[in-house]
Design a protein around this ligand. Structure first.
Ligand SMILES: Nc1ncnc2c1ncn2[C@@H]1O[C@H](COP(=O)(O)OP(=O)(O)O)[C@@H](O)[C@H]1O
Ligand SMILES: CC(=O)N[C@@H](CCC(=O)OP(=O)(O)O)C(=O)O
Length: 301
């Protein structure tokens, strides 16, 4: 809407610039992963919610998958439980799993749902347990080293590896104009809960939905090179090399791996976006400039 203080001609120009993008993405599914670090500021949560509602209003089908790592960390600290990570994944014992499920499925999920609804959208909050839509089993991390003849298996507790995604509930909701908001909790055949990295869930959901784009919102400007500059137009081979060189580590590892997997699995492109920038999602989708790091099967022309 036109706001006082904005030059009306520039408002119209901006809308006009967005037209080809609106046409290109109409009816397409965009999976947006909203990271816990990008939701620590209330103004940012509000601008994110408005962007999602705008996307839906102009005919796109946004599906939100959220994290909440920092929010889990805060409650664990209050309870005197230590946070530990292996390859960017939280080591999750039974007590930690209870906290993860409460924070992600309760506090964080309902707060995002609430914000989207306040912005005029119709958001429905779900975890992977609803309709058992994210099936998982216990993840085992393999560590290889020249000193060991066989790989070392590292057990990080109730952390899940996705075995199957069911999309029927998500599709039913998007077709009825709802915006699904999904917490990254998986479930196995016995009903056990699993903590899954939210980037991984977003990537697999994007793949299962054959989404047009996977958008990963985080707390950095994008994928940074060794000098701290944002890299873009990357191919699968470039990323493999950067992981080997140690330029990509920690929380960026699951993020970049799932972006690659999603693109290999048929998602048109994945983009890592700075969620600290207001309206980052709209800037990425609807402007010529785009923002952040784009990963596609072929480099950006
Ligand atoms: N090459 C890299 N470029 C940017 N960030 C990187 C890189 N390698 C590691 N990182 C780390 O990854 C973090 C993002 O992952 P994470 O903290 O899990 O984000 P989120 O909570 O948004 O999922 C960055 O804050 C940074 O510390
Ligand atoms: C296994 C694992 O690490 N799960 C994550 C789930 C939340 C998440 O991914 O949150 P962000 O996107 O905000 O980092 C965790 O426990 O922190």
């Amino acid at each position: 809407m036109y706001q006082q203080g904005h030059d009306p001609a520039s408002v119209v120009e901006i809308l006009s610039e967005a037209l080809p993008y609106i046409q290109r993405y109409a009816g397409k599914t965009i999976v947006v992963k909203y990271g816990g670090n990008a939701m620590t500021d209330d103004t940012l949560v509000d601008s994110f919610a408005r962007d999602i509602v705008l996307m839906k209003t102009v005919g796109l089908n946004p599906v939100v998958v959220h994290g909440g790592g920092p929010q889990i960390g805060i409650l664990l600290e209050r309870l005197g439980i230590e946070s530990r990570f292996v390859d960017g994944m939280r080591v999750t014992d039974a007590a930690t799993m209870d906290v993860v499920e409460m924070v992600l499925g309760g506090q964080v999920n309902k707060s995002i749902v609430n914000q989207i609804n306040l912005a005029g959208g119709k958001a429905i909050g779900l975890t992977g347990k609803d309709n058992a839509q994210i099936r998982a089993r216990r993840l085992k991390i393999e560590r290889r080293s020249p000193e060991l003849s066989a790989p070392e298996i590292i057990d990080i507790g109730h952390v899940g590896e996705i075995t199957r995604i069911s999309t029927d509930l998500i599709e039913m909701l998007t077709q009825a104009d709802y915006i699904p908001v999904i917490a990254p909790i998986g479930v196995d055949d016995q009903g056990n809960s699993y903590n899954i990295n939210a980037d991984v869930v977003a990537g697999r959901i994007a793949e299962a939905l054959s989404a047009e784009r996977l958008m990963l919102l985080t707390n950095v400007a994008g994928l940074l090179d060794a000098d701290g500059k944002v890299m873009t137009g990357l191919t699968v081979e470039d990323v493999d090399r950067l992981i080997e060189e140690g330029v990509i580590y920690g929380g960026m590892l699951p993020k970049i791996r799932c972006a690659l997997e999603a693109v290999k699995g048929g998602v048109d492109s994945a983009v890592i976006v700075d969620g600290r920038v207001p309206h980052a999602t709209l800037l990425e989708i609807f402007t010529n400039a785009g923002a952040g790091t784009l990963i596609s099967a072929t480099p950006r022309s």
